[in-house]
Design a protein around this ligand. Structure first.
Ligand code: B3K
Ligand code: ZN
Length: 873
């Protein structure tokens, strides 16, 4: 496979003003008639004579140029390229292709999912539908006519507004859609099926009425209310916070069961993985409700950040993804608990994105090369990209940031632009120089801050020295220092915030200050500091960096109870727990520090504190995070150390856990408020801890909760606790009962699969293999694969990393198997193996061998090839 470089970007030779599509859909295939209105791009003057269109797995039936059918020799079908050597400056090109959606297992382009036709075109799926200059800087207006059997496919959808419909011979019918907004091909969508529609409406800030529709299979009619509410909240929020109004008269969402990722922001016709849009309290958990709210909002927000203003090329992917993730996380924070939201974002960054940034696939937020773009829908592009936008927000302040976003949307509406255009708009609106800041887009790797301090009692001066360094990453060494907003506060001996005054400033300033780091080393002098303070560093996780400062355990306890910054209260607790787990790792006789027990007891019994934060603070750092923090990870040791700390905590706190559990009585009516979510989370966490002990009273509580639960959070919480408990009989009974109750609901069956596949107690490889044989498992459905294989390799670390290497071999087999049918999913599943160098020798050897066995497969897809070769390099 060949590598594509940003430096080789050239404007397109030809532009397409209009696309006229006609789809004839049949059971054995689909014929696509595409008529393009093309003109030579004035900006590319003097370049190519010939027209080149991308294609992928297409059967070409005919080509017409300005109405005349071209003969063999007048065009060349090279499979991935259709070349027409001699074309005039403006012309109309008609191409007819034949495809086989029912045989499309890659789920890119046009395919079938439980009987309906649907599409996925980002990034390069449109070329699987017809020959086209399939790149985001070619923006056209689309008119789409869909023809299909009327009884099997009563609903026919595409982008924009439906302008015409009617019946055809042979029981067929058609609908024509017209999208007035020019768009890149990756935003094209089509759906045809026997679907039910749920309607609502929204009145925009200028008083326009928008038709809102969610299309589902009939069995899901009860599951749309939450998505609809979330959509309306998102529409209102985008008007209020960004001044962005919806532009078409209709906004549609379709749920499909077979989907490679979460959802897709096609213009006016978002297509969702069922698991990211459908929910009701009885069958979906709080986590699903929250995920749905944020993904519905995310896709909706793309209408401006992505669709109206799109990406010039795929190196600019974070232009739309980083910005939109930032927008959806602001939205979620406004809808729920800002601190918890911040903790969840930071956890994802610190556990998974930092790991990616330190591994063989590390790349900048704006990469400079790729082989397969699908591999670049990464945590770096999305989450680090969002953190970078957040830093701009922090540096500019909310008002200037809003002026910058207004300028960006206004200046580039209808254009395909770059991350640099985004930063420029922010600079122009604010007058700030973001020159050095741009390095965040260009340099990969997580900056590391090392902080030292010194207190001069006589002078009442507190001096902080902050050094930054950025580790080498593939292809990048000797990096320049970056511009880092470093928020901090200082606590006095009582735990109060000290007003901060830097040397040379008059009068006391704010208690949280954002220091701007631009050099390799800075010394900050705070004056008028009456006693030795405890520093609270990187408040609210103001930058995606690691911070090293030698807090002792008493200082961490102090921060846990006094820091005015909720994020840092949580972080202090995490640091304390990490420290304690590390201390007992490999030392079976070491007792755990009673301070951790006391801190947890205080939290468990603190009814005044924000319970959402308490629930978060009680969770021990995950195994994945502990692995990320270690130099040479020994998974088994980490797992057992964490497990032992958990058991000792649970033993010491048994009565407090019981009392806390009893206090969390289920609410009358299920609601997804931060308070209720926190209460259910505490309830299920305390139950899990108690069951881990093998406590019989807790077992009975779990059985009772499992039987009487009126919502899935509580039912599956009880199930999970039983599955991870030593009570074998109860475990298998509960699993059977649950399956009998829910086997008709694929989304619940997914949960049932993942609870088992991720269980450190019962989810060994043999159990996982049995799940693959289960009647409900389906190799063609990405959700099922994710919930069994993905859950095992990604969450069940103790079993996946069995020292005999069996977990690795199993994953390699799975990847090889999926490489032929769905390379995108196969490449994603490879991720757990890519970081083999991070692990101790007993693990890394097996991981490397597994990667090599994948590498040696014949006819490896470009997707998996890139991941495997880069990982082994
Ligand atoms: N833009 C899509 C992701 C498409 C992934 C293609 N392989 C979903 C999103 O980020 O909103
Ligand atoms: Zn997105």
């Amino acid at each position: 496979p060949k590598t594509i470089y940003l430096s080789e970007y050239q404007v397109p030779d030809f532009l397409v003003d209009h696309v006229d599509l006609r789809f004839e859909l049949f059971e054995d295939g689909a014929r696509v008639h595409s008529t393009l209105t093309v003109r030579r791009n004035a900006e590319a003057r003097g370049r190519a004579e010939q027209l080149e269109l991308n294609g992928d797995s297409l059967t070409l039936e005919s080509v017409h140029l300005d109405g005349r059918e071209l003969q063999a020799g007048e065009y060349e079908d090279r499979g991935e390229l259709l070349v027409v050597p001699a074309v005039p400056d403006t012309f109309e090109l008609q191409v007819v292709t034949w495809l086989q959606p029912h045989k499309n297992t890659r789920l890119e382009g046009l395919y079938k999912s439980s009987g309906m036709f649907c599409t996925q075109c980002e990034a390069q799926g449109f070329r699987c539908i017809t020959f086209f200059p399939d790149r985001p800087d070619v923006m056209a207006r689309y008119r789409t006519r869909i023809e299909a059997d009327k009884s099997a496919y009563p609903i026919l959808l595409s982008n924009g507004n439906d302008v015409e419909r009617g019946d055809l011979d042979g029981g067929r019918h058609f609908v024509t859609w017209e999208d007035p907004f020019p768009k890149p091909s990756y935003l094209f969508a089509l759906v045809a099926g026997d679907l039910v529609e749920q309607k609502d409406s929204f009145t925009t800030m200028s008083g326009r009425d928008i038709d809102l529709r969610i299309y589902i299979e009939p069995r899901n009619v009860e599951k749309t209310a939450h998505a609809m509410d979330s959509l309306k909240r998102a529409m209102r929020w985008d008007e209020e916070v960004y001044g962005r109004e919806y532009d078409l008269d209709i906004f549609m969402i379709v749920a499909v069961d077979d989907f490679n990722m979460g959802a897709m922001e096609n213009k006016g016709l978002n297509i969702f993985n069922s698991s990211c849009v459908l929910a009701r309290p009885e069958s979906e958990t709080d986590m699903a409700f929250q995920r749905i709210e944020s993904i519905v909002a995310h896709e909706y927000f793309h209408n401006w950040s992505g669709n109206r203003v799109t990406c010039r090329d795929w190196f600019q992917l974070s232009l739309k993804e980083g910005f939109t993730v930032f927008r959806d996380s602001q939205f979620s924070a406004d809808m729920g608990s800002p601190t918890v939201n911040r903790i969840e974002n930071a956890t994802l960054l610190r556990t998974a994105q930092f790991a990616e940034d330190a591994g063989p696939m590390a790349h900048p937020v704006r990469p400079s090369s790729y082989m397969e773009i699908t591999n670049f829908y990464t945590l770096t592009i999305y989450e680090k990209g969002a953190a970078v936008v957040r830093m701009i927000h922090t540096l500019l302040g909310p008002e200037m940031f809003r002026q910058g976003s207004d300028l960006y949307f206004g200046r580039h509406d209808g254009q395909a632009v770059t991350t640099d255009d985004f930063v420029k708009a922010m600079e122009d609106a604010s007058g700030r120089d973001l020159g050095q800041f741009r390095l965040w887009y260009e340099q990969a790797g997580t900056p590391e801050l090392t902080v030292e301090d010194e207190y001069d009692r006589a002078a009442q001066v507190y001096r902080l020295t902050v050094r930054q360094s950025i580790p080498d990453t593939p292809g990048q060494t000797d990096k320049k220092p970056q511009h880092i907003p470093f928020a901090l506060g200082l606590l006095d001996t009582e735990g109060n915030d000290i007003p901060l005054t830097l040397a040379g400033e008059s009068g006391p300033g704010d208690t949280t200050r954002v220091l701007e780091l631009t050099e390799r080393e800075h010394v900050f002098e705070f004056t008028g500091v009456a006693s030795q303070p405890v520093p609270s560093l990187l408040r609210d996780f103001s930058a995606p960096v690691r911070v090293n400062y030698p807090w002792n355990r008493d200082q961490l306890m102090f921060l846990m109870s006094h820091d005015s910054d909720g994020f840092n209260r949580w972080d202090a607790g995490q640091r304390l727990a990490v420290d304690v787990i590390r201390e007992v790792a490999g030392h079976a006789e070491t007792d755990i520090d009673p301070r951790l027990i006391n801190a947890s007891r205080t939290l468990l019994n603190d009814r005044e504190a924000d319970q959402a934060l308490v629930a978060k603070m009680l969770q021990l750092p995950s195994e994945a995070y502990l692995i990320e923090l270690s130099e040479e990870a020994d998974v088994q040791t980490i797992h057992h150390a964490r497990e032992r700390v958990l058991k000792m905590l649970a033993t010491a706190l048994r009565d407090d856990l019981m009392a806390c559990y009893q206090r969390q009585q289920p609410a009358e009516r299920y609601q997804v408020t931060p308070e209720d979510v926190a209460s259910r989370s505490l309830r299920n966490m305390t139950l899990a801890w108690l069951l881990d002990l093998g406590d019989e009273q807790a077992r009975d509580m779990a059985l009772e909760q499992f039987r009487s639960a009126t919502n899935m959070t509580d039912q599956s919480g009880a199930l999970r606790a039983l599955v991870n408990s030593p009570f074998e009989e109860e475990r298998s009974h509960a699993l059977d009962t649950f399956y009998q109750q829910w086997h008709k609901d694929p989304q619940v069956v997914e949960q049932w699969f993942s609870i088992q596949a991720s269980s450190p107690v019962s989810g060994d490889l043999a159990a996982v293999r049995r799940l693959l044989e289960h009647e409900a498992f389906d190799w063609k459905n990405p959700n099922k694969i994710r919930h069994v294989v993905g859950a095992f390799a990604g969450q069940n670390l103790v079993h996946f990393h069995e020292q005999d290497g069996s977990g690795y071999e199993f994953l390699a087999d799975t990847i090889r198997r999926l490489d032929d049918s769905n390379p995108q999913i196969a490449a994603r599943l490879t991720a757990p193996l890519t970081r083999w160098r991070k692990f101790a020798h007993v693990y890394s050897e097996g991981m490397r061998k597994a990667l090599e066995s994948v590498r040696d497969k014949d006819g490896l897809s470009r997707d998996v090839y890139e991941v495997v070769h880069k990982s082994l390099a």
